[in-house]
Ligand binder design. Structure first.
Ligand SMILES: NC(=O)c1ccc[n+]([C@@H]2O[C@H](COP(=O)([O-])OP(=O)(O)OC[C@H]3O[C@@H](n4cnc5c(N)ncnc54)[C@H](OP(=O)(O)O)[C@@H]3O)[C@@H](O)[C@H]2O)c1
Length: 486
């Protein structure tokens, strides 16, 4: 096991060689290299930094750089500046190599040592696995081989999503990783955690005196967490057939949102304290009801089986079984081909009987955290309508983060790459978080297989099957779909 830099601290600034497996792939083109360009633009890359990407296609460094320049032009949040690109491309290399063949790793290491020396990276390495999940374990095994051992270096591994497809496969992969790297050097990507508003949830909760006292079952009636897309599976049919909404979204992104909203105040801002609190919540989750659905026309999509039983929508009610949250329903839903693209958390407060005004005439107090595509916070409260009549109306305060930073809000991958380089694990999933969320999801899927093999379709452009509404009407609640861009 590599024990270097157990604490995950970055002892050498961000001097390192970033080795991207999957250098010719979609993620590298659309996200990783544009994110590195943005970091270069903001002078966030060390002088002693280099990138080596690996693929099977034939490219010279120059051809590869030219192709990546075009992707960066298309996908960076900044327009391409020639001298900034020049700086990045001068430390960008392409290595053609079949990563499934263990024998190739001595050659790879020799090549990396040349680059390490050229850019004086201190032989620090980050291995980023931007490849199909079936290769994760194989590559991690090969990275353990004797040829890859480099003295006096930190070595970190970044694993893309999905981390397994159930608890068993996730445990298998994790065992491979802990054989080669320590937990402190393992970075499991959940790119939602890199989103600005997810990082903001903790600030909103713990940097404001007025939210924390109300953040419990005495004052909160219900919480709704939604992440919806208007598009279908498009070109991702093959991947989606093996995952579906519950594995693709619920196990990772939705549970991260839920745990940030419900966790107790951490002792401090260290990654360990924050992740300790998040995982406690995942252990306390109780499942109530689950509804799934498939959009009409899904089976006709490319690379989707004619008789596919993959869900493109899932909605569920859960409870967090602790003193703070006992009795508060958390309604979660995520789906494709919905009427609106949005990820948001709606917190609906109780209508107290202790108010001076008759609560039946008051509007709901709502706090909405808007994650994407709009970023911001919306708050609805009651106020007097101007005029001679004493009429109370709902009014809204709407903090629009996009309006302030425009479309130039930093991309999730930019923040995540930066954090790996400086050894900050806060925005990455720890193994026990992954473990407990898979346990929860496995339980639901087992029940589906045994007891509920059939499930409803829903029309495209609707909020999913009618059963998803019934999930809430049983509790005399309904989904809160805010209008417009809220
Ligand atoms: N794309 C996204 O937006 C996105 C979003 C979230 C998560 N992810 C995750 O990121 C990972 C990568 O996704 P992707 O969409 O970028 O995949 P992709 O476009 O299919 O790219 C796969 C890469 O792996 C390389 N490769 C495959 N077998 C190889 C071998 N034996 N030796 C060397 N290279 C090999 C390919 O190289 P050649 O083509 O040169 O053979 C290519 O560069 C996946 O785990 C995915 O779940 C992707």
């Amino acid at each position: 096991m590599r024990k270097s830099n157990e604490k995950g601290d970055n002892m050498n600034g961000n001097s390192c060689t970033l080795v991207i497996f999957g250098g010719t792939g979609d993620l590298t083109h659309r996200k990783l290299i544009p994110a590195l360009y943005n970091l270069e633009h903001d002078s966030n890359l060390s002088e002693n930094f280099a990138v080596v990407t690996i693929g099977r296609r034939d490219y010279t460094d120059q051809e590869y750089r030219e192709e990546l320049k075009q992707s960066t032009k298309s996908f960076s949040r900044f327009s391409l500046n020639e001298s900034t690109w020049e700086k990045l491309q001068n430390r960008l290399y392409y290595k053609k190599l079949d990563f499934t063949n263990k024998d190739n790793y001595c050659e790879l290491n020799n090549y990396l040592l040349t680059i390490d020396n050229l850019h004086q990276t201190g032989s620090n390495r980050i291995y980023y696995l931007a490849v199909a999940p079936e290769y994760f374990a194989n590559i991690v095994d090969s990275l353990r081989s004797d040829c890859m051992k480099v003295p006096h270096a930190f070595e970190r591994v970044v694993i893309e999503k999905p981390f397994g497809r159930d608890l068993e496969s996730a445990t298998f992969l994790n065992n491979k990783i802990v054989n080669a790297f320590t937990e402190a050097n393992t970075y499991r990507i959940d790119h939602y955690l890199g989103k600005e508003m997810l990082q903001n949830i903790m600030v909103i909760r713990f940097a404001n005196i007025f939210f924390e006292p109300l953040w419990n079952n005495k004052y909160i009636e219900q919480v709704q967490i939604s992440s919806n897309e208007t598009i279908g599976v498009e070109t991702r049919g093959e991947y989606y057939e093996k995952s579906g909404a519950i594995r693709d979204m619920l196990q990772s992104h939705m549970f991260q949102l839920l745990s940030l909203i419900t966790m107790e105040k951490p002792n401090d801002l260290s990654p360990t304290s924050i992740r300790d609190e998040k995982v406690k919540v995942l252990k306390e989750l109780k499942n109530k009801n689950v509804v799934r659905g498939q959009y009409e026309g899904y089976r006709q999509e490319k690379r989707v089986a004619d008789d596919s039983n993959t869900e493109t929508f899932v909605a569920l009610k859960v409870e967090v079984d602790n003193q703070r949250w006992k009795g508060v329903p958390f309604y979660i839903r995520t789906g494709k081909k919905m009427p609106k693209k949005s990820t948001e958390i709606v917190i609906k407060f109780n209508k107290s009987d202790n108010l001076l005004y008759d609560s039946t005439h008051l509007s709901d107090n709502l706090l909405v955290i808007k994650v994407q595509p709009m970023e911001g916070v919306f708050f609805q409260f009651n106020a007097k309508k101007p005029g001679t009549q004493h009429k109370i109306i709902p009014v809204q305060m709407d903090f629009c983060q996009n309006c302030q930073v425009g479309i130039n809000s930093p991309e999730a991958y930019e923040r995540l790459l930066f954090d790996v380089m400086r050894g900050d694990q806060t925005l990455f999933a720890r193994w026990d978080e992954v473990e407990y969320s898979w346990k929860f999801v496995d339980h639901i899927i087992e029940k589906w297989i045994k007891e509920e093999p059939h499930f409803p379709n829903y029309k495209t452009g609707t909020w999913g099957p009618i059963e998803a509404d019934e999930l809430l009407t049983e509790d005399n609640h309904e989904w809160i779909n805010l209008e417009g861009d809220l």
